[in-house]
Design a protein around this ligand. Structure first.
Ligand code: S3P
Length: 436
């Protein structure tokens, strides 16, 4: 049980380089594994999810060494993958699972994927069904969940229309399409994060996205060559401190080298619409856009968020709920049914946990309504992450708003995406206004 910091008197101060982006770290490992030659990854996120990807690729015979946040991969490409000795353990990682389903298409062996109790509940038919259109056979349980078997074999080019807005599904299809003989087209329901497309192009492939931002054309059989990837800071991790600095009086922090890919900056836009004081300074970079973000405390007001806004802030919705709980008025989030199938049912767990602070919050099948308040009243001092990393971090930020002593159950889940979260939070709380 973790005791949480509460009511900092001076606010949060100082500069912080947040850890590497989780989505980009997964993709850098996978691209390094299917490219020829040496790939070096710097500022890699050594969180549990990315380590699940790293170990799975090692089990497929890829040579990978890691020293802290630097990873070196030496590979002869996807054709050199070897049948793993035992089922690959995906841990808690949906990204590892779904992307590997596409990456393992076109091998000449069958692979079994298993996962932890949360991952075993998450839907996999959203990947196996569209992959079937490319001739790729993925067998799940009758409920469409893990364990799953991926049968290697021929990949047939096709046009596939996706009926769920998911970068994981899109990426699986892109990875499989690379193995076909003709170009494939993938049509998204809504634009989602495009790190896979950017990175494949960086490694020498050819992926084009049409002006509608939803139609992706994949040229098959590219010659992918190992690269040097510097992973930008994770917007999804930066977001915890962006909200913390906004809702805690007297705060003034700067987060450096954060990924500013527009498919990921929905939280920035949402907070700005709520009245947050955020200044972004772009930093020159090849590939992904990055920049420094300065955030000062501000008074917030309610906003409305609907389906079209969701993909660019899907992982930050627990934080939008927290910001809304501190804002004037009632914030309505709709079109967010995907939250029901994340590491936990985040509509239910966010509502349950924020109610422990006396917040008036109503659940809908596809979202939440949160009535903001300046007078939080703790009604239960034992918070619970429900083994969901993002929920755990959101609650640690929420705790800063009250004076009551609070504990967090299942705090270790935070290591999935941010192993040093509490140390970094402590740093920002320790700095003073004058002594940054
Ligand atoms: C991710 C895509 C999103 C996101 C997840 C990471 C990725 O999931 O929630 O944390 O790296 O592609 P969906 O594809 O299910 O929306």
């Amino acid at each position: 049980m973790k005791t949480l910091a509460t009511a900092p008197t001076q606010g949060l101060h100082g500069k912080l380089d947040v850890p590497g982006d989780k989505s980009i770290s997964h993709r850098a490992l996978m691209l390094g594994a299917i490219a020829q030659g040496k790939t070096t990854i710097d500022h890699f996120l050594a969180g549990e999810d990315c380590l699940s990807t790293l170990e799975a690729l090692r089990a497929l015979g890829v040579e990978i060494t890691r020293t802290n946040t630097t990873v070196i991969i030496r590979s002869a490409g996807r054709s050199a993958f070897k049948k793993p000795q035992k089922p690959l353990d995906m841990g808690n990682s949906g990204t590892t699972t779904r992307l590997l389903m596409g990456l393992l298409a076109g091998t000449n062996f069958t692979t079994t994927l298993v996962g932890d109790s949360s991952l075993q509940k998450r839907p996999m038919r959203r990947v196996s069904e569209p992959l079937a259109k490319l001739g790729v056979r993925v067998e799940t349980t009758e409920q469409g969940t893990l364990p799953a078997k991926i049968y290697g074999g021929e990949v047939r080019a096709s046009t596939v229309k996706l009926n769920v807005a998911s970068a994981q599904v899109k990426s699986a299809l892109i990875f499989a399409s690379l193995m076909a003989d003709e170009p494939s087209q993938i049509i998204e329901k809504l634009p989602t994060r495009n790190h896979t497309e950017i990175m494949i192009n960086q490694f020498g492939g050819q992926i084009k996205t049409a002006a509608d931002q939803r139609t992706i054309t994949v040229q098959p059989k590219p010659k992918l060559i190992g690269q040097h990837v510097i992973v930008p800071g994770d917007m999804s991790s930066a977001a915890f401190f962006m909200v913390a600095a906004t809702i805690i009086d007297n705060s003034d922090i700067t987060l450096t080298n954060v990924n500013l890919n527009p498919t990921r900056t929905g939280i920035l836009e949402a907070l700005r619409k709520m009245g947050a004081d955020i200044t972004v300074t772009p930093v020159e970079n090849k590939g992904e856009k990055i920049g420094n973000i300065r955030i000062k405390a501000a008074k917030l007001h309610a906003i409305t968020i609907d389906a079209k806004d969701i993909p660019a802030l899907i992982d930050e919705l627990p934080l939008v709920a927290l910001a809304a709980a501190c804002a004037d008025g009632a914030t309505k989030i709709s079109g967010a049914q995907e939250l029901r199938v994340k590491e936990t049912d985040r509509i239910a767990t966010v509502a349950m946990e924020l109610r422990k602070f006396g917040i008036d919050i109503t659940e809908f099948p596809d979202g939440l309504e949160i009535v903001g308040s300046q007078e939080w009243k703790v009604v239960d001092t034992q918070l619970d992450s429900h083994k969901d990393h993002r929920l755990g971090m959101m609650l640690a930020v929420a705790a800063l708003r009250v004076r009551t002593k609070l504990t967090l159950k299942n705090a270790t889940a935070i290591a999935v995406s941010y192993p040093n979260f509490f140390e970094d939070l402590e740093l920002l709380l320790k700095n003073t206004k004058d002594g940054d």
